[in-house]
Design a protein around this ligand. Structure first.
Ligand code: ATP
Ligand code: MG
Length: 196
């Protein structure tokens, strides 16, 4: 059986937005991946207390966002494990769930900038091929050649912006999928207006 090529995009997804989806989609096509898993982090009590959405909402929004894209799926591997999310655990758990998969860990330039400080940095590079996606406002600093680099569509949107906009009563349509905007309205998320 040929190996499955599986992308992994971890994040808080608070909320998921078109920057995440465009990056996942671009990498999937560029590297001919069979699918990309979006992996929301587990609950972080400290964050939840400050205008962040509880894990069940972050997860529900991810599920709505990927519903119509056959290449994108949501994995609860980090939520199921709980506690602080370390990428090394994410990748090890996904690899044991899918032994036949070759994993590609996708992250924006901002997230990868401090990779050397991540837990078990050496092992990480054995567990997955790292893929850096460009992100507006962040310079790609890697010169080691350790990452594949994929130029993503430059969508200058962040979850922080989306939360702030909701708090200020400004629109978020076209920054997030309609199903996510609807969900935020239905559940009155982020309307406290604090962004961290
Ligand atoms: P926050 O503002 O709360 O930090 P965020 O928009 O950065 O949220 P995260 O959940 O922190 O979203 O990001 C998950 C992953 O997606 C990270 O690797 C991040 O670099 C990447 N990412 C987020 N937004 C974009 C974007 N617009 N373009 C490319 N990559 C992105
Ligand atoms: Mg971020």
């Amino acid at each position: 059986m040929p190996d499955l090529r599986v992308g992994v995009l971890g994040g808080t997804f608070d909320p998921i937005h078109h920057g995440h989806l465009a990056a996942a989609s671009e990498v999937r096509a560029a590297l001919d991946l069979d699918r990309v898993l979006l992996v929301p982090t587990a609950a972080q009590p400290f964050k939840d207390a400050h205008g962040h959405a509880p894990v069940e909402h972050r997860l529900a929004m991810c599920r709505r966002a990927v519903a119509e894209d056959p290449y994108l799926e949501v994995s609860t591997v980090d939520i199921d494990r709980g506690g602080t999310t370390y990428t090394v655990d994410t990748l090890a758990d996904l690899q044991s769930q899918q032994p036949e998969a070759r994993l590609f860990f996708i992250a924006g330039a901002d997230a990868l900038a401090r990779l050397s400080e991540w837990r078990d940095a050496d092992r990480l590079l054995e567990l997955a091929t790292f893929v850096a996606v460009t992100r507006p406002g962040h310079v790609m600093t890697d010169s080691s050649g350790a990452f594949a680099v994929v130029e993503a569509p430059a969508l200058d949107v962040s979850s922080t912006d989306v939360r702030r906009r909701v708090g200020e009563g400004r629109p978020i349509r076209y920054l997030v999928p309609h199903a996510v905007a609807d969900y935020i309205e239905e559940h009155d998320l982020y309307s406290g207006g604090r962004d961290d």
